[in-house]
Design a binder for this molecule. Structure first.
Ligand code: UN1
Length: 496
């Protein structure tokens, strides 16, 4: 029997009252159920919100450096358990062990970075237009925050939100994706071990449609931070608009790599392989379109296909595997539906695009690296986020045409350009409509101290990672402090 997991509310692991259960399956082998998680209902969500409110009153008064010390202790426990956490991510999400290790490392590196930032939650001072008056700004916590996180980085993305939320003095309700709840469970167990005060971080399991939606609507939640699909993000924004709740949305991408004729083709091919197939194409930053300058399109495509054929698909725990399964059967069906749509619309399938029929791959959500060419900008596979190992090869006459194709898309998260010309590179950096631009490296691989996020339908203008979480998780207060003895004198002065 798989173990049954509980919610974490007010410092206690509490069995859910719900009779709906979510089974956490290993995507490399559906026979392996890692645990059963509750579909939490309104009562337990309210209980968690009440606990977070009570905790907020004291947590906001804890000096920020002490809040930072807590994040540092939590990070050190994540580092201590690096191996075990990485194995767990691979078993639950499917990505290779090496990728899982990089994810865990980025999580504890971010804890180290963020814990130091707790001493730098700075405001400013300004000269006043009145005498003997000090003007200053300070950052204040927002309150109870709901963090709704995806399954593609089940440790890292919760940390991107948790650590800045906490150092700024907020309390938290974490609702992890139902596909990877065990990673969040372990993460919160480590928070408890690090000595977290009850109610500061609460963990509520359940689906997005059910538990997530109820949490977003709860009047006691002051801010919702969400990473996931644009479709869900839109619904969250609509819901939050009704009560003017703060919301922060990190949504889809349809990232492109441009390869120009003067590029180092070997590097461009390697970059494309990393961008396309790491995490089985399930990164917001994954490369999905490759736009190649016509004169080198034939040779690029030949070399890219050759490299793609070498990708070894299998269980991510096996060190000889390059690409694990998709996260679930429903994701596999969705990816395949896009591939079918591509075929129907007249794109030419060069590789992949099928389900494995023999063991062991038939037991999991495996999908082969899939490549289309003759893809036209209007096709669904060229416009929509597929979130799988599916590549659209496109041709462009020159840089101008390539930029036009790249920007002609509702999303704007990440983009990459391979060229050996500095002028071209800088021109592209300037003109690409995306939050992240890479020159001569893949569309993936952001560094934790840089702002992360995108333009257009990729989000709502916020940036995560780096110090940028401080802007999300605090509100400015402007303070006017008169220190002259006779306040009225100040008031008599103009302007009003
Ligand atoms: C995501 O896909 O949601 O740049 C995050 C990258 C990683 C982060 C991806 N550092 O690919």
């Amino acid at each position: 029997m798989p173990p049954t997991y509980r919610n974490y509310i007010d410092g206690k692991w509490i069995p859910s009252t719900s009779c709906h259960v979510i089974r956490d399956l290993n995507p490399a082998d559906f026979r392996d159920c890692l645990g059963e998680f509750p579909e939490s209902g309104p009562d337990e969500i309210s209980q968690a919100v009440r606990a977070a409110h009570r905790a907020f009153a004291s947590w906001r008064r804890v000096p920020a450096p002490a809040r930072g010390e807590f994040v540092a202790r939590w990070g050190e426990l994540i580092a201590r358990d690096e191996e075990a956490l990485a194995r767990l991510i691979t078993m639950e999400n499917g990505k290779t062990l090496q990728e899982s290790k990089s994810e865990v490392k980025e999580a504890f590196d971010f804890a180290r970075f963020m814990s130091a930032q707790a001493r730098l939650i700075e405001g400013s001072t300004f000269p006043s237009q009145h005498e003997r008056r000090l003007l200053m700004t300070l950052r204040q916590p927002v309150g109870v925050t709901a963090l709704i996180t995806p399954w593609n980085f089940p440790i890292l993305i919760p940390c991107w939100k948790l650590f800045p939320a906490l150092i700024c003095g907020n309390t938290v309700i974490l609702k992890p994706a139902e596909e990877c709840p065990l990673a969040a469970h372990r993460l919160v167990e480590l928070a408890a071990e690090a000595g977290l005060a009850p109610g500061v971080v609460n963990l509520i399991h359940g689906s997005g449609e059910g538990t997530g939606r109820t949490l977003v609507k709860h009047p006691g939640v002051a801010l919702v931070s969400f990473t996931g699909s644009t479709e869900t993000g839109r619904r969250i924004a609509q819901e939050c608009a009704l009560s003017l709740k703060r919301h922060v949305l990190e949504l889809g991408g349809k990232n492109a790599q441009i390869v120009l004729a003067d590029a180092d083709l070997t590097e461009a091919v390697e970059g494309a392989v990393v961008g396309a197939y790491k995490t089985t194409g399930q990164r917001c930053t994954a490369t999905s379109r490759i736009i190649v300058e016509q004169t080198v399109a034939g040779s690029f495509s030949e070399r890219f296909l050759e490299r793609t054929k070498q990708i070894r698909v299998g269980n991510g725990l096996d060190a000889n595997v390059d690409m694990g399964p998709l996260v679930s059967e429903s994701r596999r069906k969705r990816v395949h539906a896009y591939v079918e749509a591509g075929r129907r619309e007249g794109a030419h399938l060069l590789l992949g695009g099928y389900f494995y029929e023999s063991e062991p791959l038939a037991q999991g959500a495996f999908y082969p690296p899939t490549v289309f060419d003759s893809v036209k900008p209007g096709m669904a596979i060229a416009r929509e986020e597929i979130f799988g190992p599916v590549i659209c090869l496109m041709e462009a006459e020159d840089l101008e045409a390539a930029l036009l194709d790249l920007n002609n898309n509702p999303y704007g998260l990440s983009a990459s350009v391979y060229t050996s010309n500095m002028h071209t590179a800088l021109e592209a950096v300037e003109r690409i409509e995306a939050g992240l631009v890479y020159i001569n490296s893949p569309t993936t691989g952001s560094e934790l101290h840089m702002p992360f996020g995108g333009v257009k339908a990729t989000g709502d203008g916020h940036r995560e990672a780096g110090r940028y979480g401080l802007n999300i998780f605090s509100e400015w207060k402007s303070a006017y402090i008169n220190y002259g003895r006779r306040v009225s004198r100040v008031e008599l002065q103009t302007p009003a």
